[in-house]
Design a protein around this ligand. Structure first.
Ligand code: UD1
Length: 370
């Protein structure tokens, strides 16, 4: 079996790692790992390959940053000859970034089967670029691997045949389970001055914030409101904020740097996978607009407040530790204080989020393509 595996941006790397680990164990599978270069900064890319023990990509398309149309088109232009040359039996794409759609479309036009890992998630919000990527990638895919039952229902509603859909669980949980012991040794709490001894069992008293969605960070009023609410929470519990390059750029352009230097907020550069995983695993509370972090906090049993109006991952709310709070500053503050004052964390880990998702995916592909 000849497989092209595609990754382009930070959240993709977490999803391809478990797949590459399983593929490597199968002698009859030949993989070609393609990095599109959508994310190129060391802290968003190389660090993740190192932390997640992903082999160096066979090919880097080096597309870099650009508008949506240009970035998508560049990936397609550069990916097409790679697929023609390698002649894979299947192209595996993950997640919902521009590289995901670009490579799915390229492969589909060449008549190569496409496998989409994390299929069927829907926010039903077409202003979100990722939603467009999800809908189109799924429409083009031959193998649709879903993380939760709602995704299967969404795909069926869109007329996708049940024979193409497999509920396999959450591949990020494979990575999380494998690397949590190593993450404990990352030294991140000491590095950030949050604990003297990484291994002491004393519950650390801090929250974590991540923010990068255009709907939040590209609008100065929304961004300012969120940062003010978080700064207020920071008076009760320090908030560590690893800042995404997009957010740093937008905050500077909107003259909001001062808010980032407030007393309760501790701004740091983006962290690697292991450091961030351990930071999250010990936090009292995580505030985020990321999709993946909603799932990782559910897997870890850490309370999460999602700073968006919706989620494409509803199981994190119905079963997990997630709550959707939107971007209203008062609501964020009240929800945050409620978590900090609560005695217990509610939530359980969804079915099939068990660390064996990559194995299930590879079994399905091998059975179909041998
Ligand atoms: C992308 C994905 C988003 C994902 C996020 C995770 C799309 C449409 N968006 O958003 O779904 O949640 O990655 O991080 O695919 N930049 C750097 N260094 C880099 C890459 C980007 O500084 O290595 C800066 C550039 O200024 C760039 C901006 O970040 O213009 C945005 O990068 P881009 O890849 O377009 O989107 P993200 O916001 O990172």
């Amino acid at each position: 079996m000849r497989v092209v595996v595609v990754a382009g941006a930070r959240p993709n790397f977490v999803k391809i790692a478990p797949l590459m680990h399983v593929f490597r164990r199968h002698r009859h599978v030949k993989t070609l790992l393609v990095h599109t270069g959508q994310h190129y900064a060391r802290e968003l890319s190389a660090v993740f390959f190192r932390d997640l023990e992903i082999p160096t990509p066979d090919i880097n398309l080096r597309v870099g940053s650009a508008s949506h149309a240009v970035q998508t088109a560049e990936v397609m232009k550069r990916f097409e000859p790679v697929v023609r040359r390698f002649r894979p039996d299947v192209v595996v794409v993950v997640g919902d970034v521009n590289s995901t759609l670009a490579c799915a479309l390229t492969a589909a036009k060449l008549g190569i089967p496409v496998a989409h890992v994390e299929a069927g998630l829907r926010s039903f919000d077409r202003t979100m670029p990722e939603e467009i990527n999800r809908v189109l990638t799924d429409a083009l895919s031959d193998f649709l691997f879903a993380t939760e039952p709602s995704a299967v229902r969404n795909l069926r509603r869109e007329g996708i045949s049940a024979a193409k859909i497999n509920l396999v669980g959450n591949i990020m949980v494979d990575a999380l389970r494998r690397f949590l012991p190593k993450a404990r040794r990352s030294g991140v709490l000491r590095k950030l001055g949050l604990a003297e001894d990484e291994r002491s069992r004393v519950a650390a008293h801090y929250a974590v914030l991540t923010l990068h969605r255009p709907s939040n960070v590209d609008h100065p009023r929304t961004l300012a409101g969120i940062l003010r609410a978080v700064a207020r929470l920071g008076e009760h519990c320090p908030v560590v904020f690893p800042v995404h390059p997009r957010t740093r750029k937008q905050a500077a352009a909107a003259g909001l740097d001062k808010l980032l230097r407030g007393r309760g907020i501790r701004v740091v550069a983006p962290l690697g996978y292991l450091e961030f995983l351990y930071l999250m695993s010990q936090a009292r509370l995580v505030l985020t607009d990321s999709g993946g972090i909603q799932e990782e906090t559910t897997a870890l049993g850490i309370p999460c407040l999602t700073l968006r109006a919706n989620t494409e991952r509803p199981i994190t709310v119905t079963e997990g530790t997630n709550r959707i709070v939107g971007t209203d500053p008062d609501r964020i503050w009240r929800a945050g204080m409620a978590v900090l004052n609560a005695r217990r964390v509610r939530g359980r880990v969804p079915r099939l989020w068990d660390g064996k998702t990559a194995q299930r995916i590879v079994s399905v592909l091998r059975a179909a393509l041998r």
